[in-house]
Unconditional design. Structure first.
Length: 406
């Protein structure tokens, strides 16, 4: 049986309990409830024993968890015990303190707070843990959007770091020293946990290492972040891109690329409602509205991205990108155009006007095919037959005229 320790901010307890229940229904032994730690025990020692006894640690990433001193200590203990860490991203969050995980593939749970879509993410997490994709049991699962007051520990998880015993602190320091050459990012993370408990530990060597390594790692960190930010922009993940830009500025406050990324993501986030409305217009068959909205998106946010790569599952298609910019301008009528209609195969466009004529245009060239004349009143509407062989026109004098087309 796979045994799992879930590390999370106490303020994310609802989603943590939900994931724990889903994993238990798939056969996992999950530790998530701190009330299982017996009162009066050495809390930190018991916590370390729980992590060491598990096969892996599942880290629930959110702005709250990455800022939690308790979560940071739990992850440090997992590294010390050489337990695999599986990151689960619930919300975009700063990874500056967890930079050793920035390139690790994460299980995407970001949709849970938007529309509760978690089935696919649960399956991916189950596979990563070697569990069944489908539930084996039918135990009750708590409401994913429930709100529960934080439970143990009662200390402020964002300001107060758990205090490690002297021997445990030495173990963390030695583990950091052992991985420093192979994974300096992981070593920096572990040394920081040592410093939080005892800044002068081992004569301040941990602080010296952190200062030296963070300066050395800065160029690689910035390059890595830049690549991830560009990927986020291309995928339409504006909040993630903005967060990465903010992290880059935390490392280098004068970084021009970071400022450009944040500006682009902020502007694109403002354009997202227009794109959503274009999607809705497409669903309703309102092509004129869709065209106008997509054009506004492209004019306001030139790097918004190709609709084919955005909002997966929505009906905007790659070939519709032609609607964003006018293909051509058709001129011929002497009075306002009243109605237009595309032929079933979209190779012709018929336009009727108050000038008493119908023009047929070849698409997409815009070349005039023919002009249908002989009307004595205004033409209010045109419509193709399903096979495209007949064109019907409705007149202001209550007459319908049919044209057989070649």
């Amino acid at each position: 049986m796979t045994s799992v320790f879930i590390s999370y901010s106490r303020r994310d307890k609802a989603i943590a309990d939900y994931i724990a229940a889903e994993l238990r229904n798939r056969g996992a032994d999950v530790f998530v409830d701190y009330q299982r730690l017996m009162a009066g025990e050495n809390f930190i020692k018991r916590l370390g024993q729980e992590i060491e006894s598990r096969d892996c640690l599942v880290l629930l990433i959110s702005p709250r968890s990455v800022a939690s001193k308790w979560v940071q200590s739990e992850v440090a203990w997992a590294l010390h015990c050489d337990r695999p860490i599986i990151p689960v991203e619930m919300e975009p969050a700063s990874m500056v303190d967890f930079f050793f995980l920035i390139n690790v593939e994460k299980v995407d749970f970001t949709r849970w707070s938007v529309d509760g879509r978690v089935d696919e993410a649960i399956c991916k997490l189950a596979l990563a843990l070697g569990l069944s994709e489908t539930p084996l049991y039918a135990e009750p699962v708590p409401d994913i959007l429930a709100t529960t007051p934080p439970t143990l520990p009662e200390q402020d998880e964002f300001r107060i770091a758990p205090t490690f015993a002297r021997d445990d602190l030495s173990d963390l320091f030695f583990t950091a020293a052992e991985v420093a050459r192979e994974d300096p990012e992981q070593a920096v993370f572990l040394y920081r946990r040592v410093i939080e408990t005892d800044p002068g530990f081992m004569g301040g060597r941990a602080q010296e290492f952190v200062r030296r390594e963070e300066e050395r790692l800065k160029p690689a960190r910035l390059a890595n972040m830049l690549a991830q930010a560009r990927a986020a922009i291309q995928a339409g993940e504006w909040k993630r891109g903005e967060q990465i830009g903010r992290d880059m500025l935390a490392l280098d406050e004068w970084n021009i690329e970071a400022k450009r990324i944040m500006e682009s993501c902020f502007k694109n986030a403002e354009c997202e409602p227009m794109y959503e409305q274009a999607v809705f217009a497409a669903k309703r068959g309102r092509w004129g509205a869709m065209s106008r909205l997509l054009r506004d998106v492209k004019e306001t946010c030139p790097d918004y991205g190709d609709p084919a790569t955005l909002l997966v599952g929505k009906p905007i298609q790659a070939e519709w990108i032609g609607f964003v910019h006018p293909l051509t301008t058709l001129q011929g009528h002497s009075l306002p155009v009243r109605s237009i209609a595309f032929s079933p195969n979209s190779s012709l466009l018929a336009s009727s006007s108050y000038d008493g004529t119908i023009w047929l245009w070849e698409i997409p060239s815009g070349k005039e095919r023919s002009v249908l004349q002989g009307y004595t009143s205004q033409i209010w509407s045109v419509k193709y037959s399903p096979d495209g062989q007949v064109l019907a026109s409705g007149l202001a004098d209550n007459i319908v005229r049919l044209w057989r087309l070649p």
